[in-house]
Design a protein around this ligand. Sequence first.
Ligand code: ADP
Ligand code: MG
Length: 334
Amino acid sequence: MAYIEFKDIDKFYGKNHVLKGINLEIEQGDFVTLLGPSGCGKSTLLRCLAGLEQTSGGQIILDGEDITQKDPKDRNIGMVFQQYSLFPNMTVKENLAFGLKLQKLPADEIEKRVKDSVEMVELIGKENEYPSNLSGGQQQRVALARGIVMRPKVLLLDEPLSAIDAKLRKSLQTSIREIHKELGLTSVFVTHDQDEAMVMSDVIHLFHNGIIEQSGNPVNIYTKPATSFAAGFIGNYNILDKKDMKQLTGKDWSGDVAIRPETLRISREQITTGESYKMQGVILDRVPRGNVLRYKVRTNNVDVHVDVLFRSASMYEIGDTAFMALADHNCVRL
Ligand code: ADP
Ligand code: MG
């Protein structure tokens, strides 16, 4: 049996049907990400699990126990939010000890747990600082420490890195993964950022309008999108309908097809290798995107994006002729 089970979870806000019969299982020890655009219901599901929000229907099981009606404080779930929500009038240490004191743990146990958590989030030396003296990244580390100091069964993280600048975000991503592993936590992470989901997760659940559109490990989700929405949200796919595909390849197709930009091969000479489909086109545009150049190529009135690594690129100019080749196994039927 899975560690966490959502069974037919519905949630309405008035007439707004926000979660539409969610069925989801999470294995113990996994780092699981709910990925999707803003407003699709990710936070709502997380808040239902934490007990901060009541479900309108369905059941939530944690470790074999039905917790659907249980008080949030009895669920043994830690939570970290985008806004750090620290007590401004308390030091780091006091922020961390707060929940433990409410639980009336002995002073030496509190001391030990606070020390362990501070070490884990790499804030040694900051114990007596107030939040206002810390950077955003450091404050989020305190919030993370507060999430784990109670030794929760499950750690929930709702877009915890969205307000943190890009460089610090990487180091916090690493810290979160390490803490997850070291404590043997089961973690549920929410983000709208596909790259972040890819880096962090054992399993990704792609959300769309209150349903789960697709679930899988990062490689699976990236290489085998099941729907147009999945292909559009992840991996910058070219999405072509059957008419476009016919123009591009000369053969008949039964529905939409997704093609990743880096799977189209591009050459100055006619291509004679074994790929199924060969095309000739003209370069319409080119844009640097990180370590690749993204070309827009028009062929038989169909425009596709093609990514080429900078170092391997003899650069094409706009208006140049380009030959392309595409293997059939890189045409993902949606
Ligand atoms: P996400 O986290 O994926 O961005 P949310 O779960 O926050 O999405 O929101 C899903 C939908 O529920 C949105 O349409 C949002 O406006 C609505 N919603 C969220 N919280 C409330 C609330 N407390 N009251 C009314 N509507 C809400
Ligand atoms: Mg949200």
